[in-house]
Ligand binder design. Sequence first.
Ligand SMILES: N[C@@H](CCC(=O)N[C@@H](CS)C(=O)NCC(=O)O)C(=O)O
Length: 390
Amino acid sequence: MSTSQASPEYTLYLFWISYFSGKMQAYLNYKRIPHRCVEPQWSGELLREILPNTGLMKVPVLRTPLGEWLADSTPMIDWLEARHPDGKVIPDDPVQAFFCRLLEDYADEWLWRPALHYRWSYTTDQQALSRRFAETFLSSQPAPNFITAALVRRRQRLIYVDGDGVTAQTRAHVESIYLDTLDRLQKIFEHQDFLLGDKPCLADYGFFASMFRHFSLDPTPSLIMQQRAPAVFAWVARLWNARHDDAQLGHWCAAGELPPGWDAIIGDIGAAYLPYLLANARAWRDGRRHFDITIQGTGYRKLPVVQYRVWCRERLQQHYAALPDAQRAAVDDRLIAANALEPLLADGRIASGLYDDVEPPLCKPRRYGRLEMLRRFFSGTHWRVPVARA
Ligand SMILES: N[C@@H](CCC(=O)N[C@@H](CS)C(=O)NCC(=O)O)C(=O)O
């Protein structure tokens, strides 16, 4: 467990090239929540301090001024919203709040595969980024950088490309997820500054995760974004620079309404993401480690079962169940039109068991023996496999 002193500000542990770290940084900056950023070394703070305090070798992780450890950007934002109400990113209107959460979750999880594919399948990107890993949070490894970089490329491809169903057969579909998202967002940002109107909302931060640190900055997808979706490129910079007390920010659209551009995104959530979440949850319930699924006509084989995403589905169901009666019909109309209600509710609640012993985003300290530490050093906690020994 950490012995460091409580600090008056939050400490955000991050990797400067990381998907979810960019999301948390942009959110904390918008809210003007005082924090300092620390990039941990893999075999230093990440293994020795973050792992025993969170059960994860992942970033972003927040250490609060009271010394609590928080993980997972989605529940972290909920937690921070409750404690730092200035510049809310979740609307009070229940319809808008529900769809903000749905879009955030979709963007967080469904754009992950294309983001990792572009980074680790294209030669220029994998060379540049593996070098960057070696020179930053892996720089204390004794091996020369070119060997560390080669090992990084192999690991990332094994886990997040080959190991996540990206093959010659699925590649076009994986890339279409990025390209179609660019087209949908381009249409929205041609007319308004942010997703729900003229100030940022939670859904902006969901899309920002992939769009900032991966798609707008990695060489191959960045060139595509610059040429195909310049308004998205501009939104990335605008959101990065947004602060809640900026007098130039406008308003969200009227309560109960969503911008017309959201329909196509919700359509994809119903056609692809929620059926995927359902299949992942069923496979988890059946005790499987992999599952096959056909999405939009493309057959994916041996997708890993991800426990965290079983929890994501539970959480969306909870938000749906908490909708006031007066707003339920409006939400249902939109979900039914997108074929999204059935996959959201099918089979009822499938329990992830992920947070049975703790209230997210709070983390519980865990003890690791030497052998387990060694295993974690080599494998990390990709796809989240927290080994809980309290
Ligand atoms: N659900 C987490 C995901 C965090 C996550 O996947 N972080 C990545 C970087 S963006 C990581 O640290 N991966 C470590 C690994 O792949 O071993 C969140 O929302 O913050």
